[in-house]
Design a protein around this ligand. Structure first.
Ligand SMILES: Nc1nc2c(c(=O)[nH]1)N[C@H]1C(S)=C(S)[C@@H](COP(=O)(O)OP(=O)(O)OC[C@H]3O[C@@H](n4cnc5c(=O)[nH]c(N)nc54)[C@H](O)[C@@H]3O)O[C@H]1N2
Ligand SMILES: Nc1nc2c(c(=O)[nH]1)N[C@H]1C(S)=C(S)[C@@H](COP(=O)(O)OP(=O)(O)OC[C@H]3O[C@@H](n4cnc5c(=O)[nH]c(N)nc54)[C@H](O)[C@@H]3O)O[C@H]1N2
Ligand code: SF4
Ligand SMILES: [Mo]
Length: 725
């Protein structure tokens, strides 16, 4: 680990200064975004007045996205939760419901501890308690640490973290052995960039800066996305394939690389495993078959393969001064939210090895860089406090099933308490009718740690005010770049808000947990997270440290798999009925009755449209939806529908429509637009249920079925029909 170089003379430093002076404090953006920006917070008279990008941090480059530039508006929002509250009235939103009274911290902590203790001591035992948390903050300290220690010591059920990235993560682990990939800055040197299942301008802005640099240098940009996004607008080619068909496209590219011999035979032979089997498999995917499967033209497949094949490397050419072209793939999580999402990522992840793209730092693929993070100190999470007997895990993507009193497959013992922090499951988890019915259970004790009264908070028995990133310490790694960042508090907590850590510290004390680790301070937690492996003094001084890592991680192979090779065939998957190769698996809710899977109940001909619901640019999942300036930019919830599909249903822009399927009905205004391709409707962003026309957001329609790998959520595998309301 090297120090950050202090490039600027006026590089900002943290000051804990007199209250009326102006000073700046270095922080880190806490949001679930691959960019993990370094922030400079300007504080005047004890109030944060500005949040800006740190110019000294290379990937941040002094720029934040619009959302986080508005961080002070969110922090000082008039609806910010400022003191602990206890529900009086019924659970949930609506008339007479969602009502709370103010209580003291002492009362709240005492009462919650008593309730949890009673459940833990009952015959059901502590596994009737479930923590539900995700990436409201990506910080290691406010996102884990004290809370993890608390739930380990308690012996609560564990939460299987699948709602976002587990299919793709598992796919990379199986193919490369870890979540490694290209470094973002080297995309600036690439000759061909495939932006595959990513709306980079909206959700990975700092990566997009490198893409723009490559474009200026003559690179060709290809966007592979069912929706014509703002990113697609700026690329040279847009391949608007049907959702969930990416594996077919990847296999079709391989077929063309093989028949035209655009292969790096030396790389394949030295650094890959299972090539003969993959070769035979891929040869079945002719451009015509791919075109029919993906809903695109065969020429698009042929052209893309030719562009990719033109970047073939060879051991001989490298180092001879012969100009090489470098093909880079930025694949993102958009491709892994369908039934076959894991296989799709595996198929795409094989491509760079076929042409030896990994030989140069400007070639290869990036999904996640999180495997490059220094290993976390296990003591931070306190796994040693856990009971010796194994505990069950509850899949967070199926929280509806786990809580719903009408569930046909309820967990045993039944869940009696849920403690929610850093997440808004009522808004973000699939199949929300069942999620809501679960959280509405009168016999469920629900504690929510939050900044705002979210959809989930409406169901809380206790609603506890948490601090924001400006008010607490934290330490961060990234899944886009590879630096480590420190966040220092810049202001005192708003109202009576407390950091998650402090809330769990107090709960631990009230529960009688006496281990000394429950007294660690937040700064101590930051110091111990990567102790020894990250220079904490450098973090304090610069806000970030850079890790020294290989520029081209797989240039000489060296994949962290058991064989050291890129695994086209995954030995871990081989078994009865599984050849271990990446396959195209149709959507579970595939509307074509002709599909082979149809016979086994996979078709839903009465729901002929495929719905996707990717991120909105001005929101971060369900965060920022209540920030007025951002909501104004985003407008209102919409369903985008292609003119052909709209005409067939007599729908015009501005009409209120029902989008519906077997799980529910979502009332929303239609926008007739060619941003949606035929057969696909698009609903951007996770609006709050309570802000939508009939009190339901998009997740009223999505399903709790899980992906082929990693038990992930299948948000974009969702058959629907649309009709005028
Ligand atoms: N502004 C903003 N930024 C965000 C977020 C946000 O909500 N708002 N969310 C953050 C989080 S939690 C995450 S996980 C990441 C998400 O990061 P990504 O998954 O990269 O999300 P997007 O950039 O929207 O890209 C998803 C794209 O995939 C497309 N897509 C949908 N289905 C398919 C498919 O089957 N195949 C292909 N090829 N494309 C498909 C969608 O149309 C969309 O344009 O972004 C993070 N950044
Ligand atoms: N239909 C559909 N649904 C989706 C997706 C999709 O593409 N389509 N995307 C999915 C994905 S990729 C993800 S990652 C999930 C995201 O789901 P979540 O991780 O639940 O993300 P958010 O909706 O941003 O909610 C985070 C909450 O944490 C709170 N929070 C932030 N910081 C703190 C803190 O320090 N302390 C406490 N106590 N609270 C804090 C915020 O106020 C916010 O309400 O949603 C998933 N849901
Ligand atoms: S949300 Fe992403 S782009 Fe915006 S400031 Fe945070 S890390 Fe940077
Ligand atoms: Mo996510």
């Amino acid at each position: 680990m090297t120090h950050a170089s202090s490039q600027l003379a006026d590089s900002p430093t943290a000051v804990t200064a007199a209250s009326d002076s102006t000073h700046t404090v270095l922080g880190a953006c806490p949001h679930d975004c691959p960019d993990t920006c370094s922030m400079v917070v300007t504080v005047q008279g004890g109030k944060a007045i500005k949040v800006q990008g740190n110019p000294a941090h290379p990937t941040t480059g002094g720029v934040l996205c619009t959302k986080v530039s508005r961080y002070t508006e969110r922090t000082y929002h008039p609806e910010r939760l400022q003191y602990p509250q206890k529900r009086v009235g019924p659970k949930g939103p609506g008339q007479g419901a969602g009502q709370f009274v103010r209580v003291s911290w002492e009362e709240a902590i005492h009462d919650i501890a008593q309730r949890l203790q009673a459940i833990a001591a009952s015959p059901a035992g502590p596994q009737a308690i479930l923590p539900y948390n995700y990436a409201g903050t990506m910080g290691r300290v406010q996102g884990g640490s004290m809370a993890s220690r608390f739930f380990h010591k308690l012996g609560a059920s564990q939460l299987e973290a699948t709602i976002c990235a587990s299919a793709g993560a598992e796919a990379l682990n199986l193919t490369y052995g870890s979540r490694w990939g290209m470094h973002m800055p080297y995309f600036a040197e690439s000759s061909l960039i495939l932006i595959w299942g990513s709306n980079a301008i909206g959700s990975n802005l700092h990566f997009w800066r490198y893409v723009m640099e490559a474009k200026r240098n003559g690179a060709k940009l290809v966007c592979i996305d069912p929706r014509r996004t703002e990113t697609a607008d700026k690329c040279h080619e847009h391949i608007a394939l049907l959702p969930g068909t990416d594996a077919a496209l990847a296999l079709g590219l391989m077929q063309q690389l093989i028949v035209n011999d655009w292969l790096d035979h030396d790389y394949l032979q030295r650094h890959t495993e299972g090539w003969d089997a993959l070769r035979t498999h891929a040869l079945q995917w002719t451009p015509e078959r791919v075109a029919a499967t993906c809903g695109i033209r065969a020429e698009q497949v042929v052209q893309l393969a030719a562009d990719y094949g033109a970047c073939r490397h060879s051991a001989q050419a490298l180092g001879t001064g012969h100009a090489e072209k470098h093909a880079a793939i930025r694949v993102n999580y958009g491709v892994q939210r369908t039934h076959g999402g894991g296989n799709a990522v595996r198929a795409i992840a094989c491509l760079p090895a076929l042409i030896g793209a990994w030989r140069h730092r400007a070639g290869g693929l990036l999904l996640s860089s999180s495997g490059f993070a220094p290993p976390l100190n296990p003591a931070l999470e306190g796994a040693h406090l856990a009971p010796a007997t194994p505990r069950r895990s509850i899949n967070m993507s199926c929280i509806g099933d786990a809580l719903d009193p009408l569930s046909t497959n309820p967990p045993s013992p039944a869940l009696q308490a849920v403690v929610v922090y850093n997440s808004n499951p009522v808004a973000v988890a699939p199949d929300s009718a069942r999620v809501k019915r679960g959280f509405a259970r009168e016999d469920l004790f629900t504690v929510v740690l939050e900044h705002f009264q979210t959809d989930t908070a409406d169901y809380a028995d206790y609603l506890l005010p948490a601090t924001t990133q400006l008010e607490h310490w934290d330490i961060h790694t990234s899944y886009g770049h590879t630096d480590v960042l420190l966040n220092r508090p810049s202001i005192a907590p708003v109202g009576e808000a407390l950091p998650n850590t402090e809330i769990f510290r107090r709960l631990a004390r009230a529960m009688g947990f006496t281990e000394p680790c429950f007294a660690d301070s937040d700064e101590a937690l930051c110091r111990m997270a990567y102790d020894g492996r990250v220079d904490f003094d450098a973090l304090l001084e610069h806000g970030f440290v850079h890790q020294d890592l290989p520029e081209a991680p797989f240039a000489q192979g060296g994949f962290p798999t058991p064989s050291g090779k890129c695994q086209f065939v995954s030995p871990a998957l081989v078994g009865p009925g599984n050849d271990g190769l990446p396959h195209y698996l149709p959507l579970r809710e595939e509307p074509h009755p002709a599909n082979a899977e149809g016979a086994s109940g996979g078709t839903s001909p009465q729901y002929p449209l495929r719905m996707i619901s990717p991120p909105a640019r001005n929101f971060l999942n369900s965060t920022f939806v209540n920030v007025q300036s951002l909501r104004k930019s985003e407008g209102e919830p919409l369903v985008e529908i292609h003119p052909h599909d709209a005409a067939a249903r007599g729908i015009q822009t501005g009409d209120v429509v029902n989008v519906f399927n077997q799980r529910g009905s979502y009332r929303v205004r239609a926008e007739v637009s060619e941003r949606a391709r035929p057969g696909v409707v698009v609903c951007l962003g996770i609006w709050w249920h309570k802000d939508s026309l009939e009190g339901h957001n998009i997740n009223i329609l999505t399903s709790q079925a899980v992906t082929d790998l990693g038990n992930g959520a299948t948000f974009y595998d969702c058959g629907v029909e649309v009709g005028k309301a």
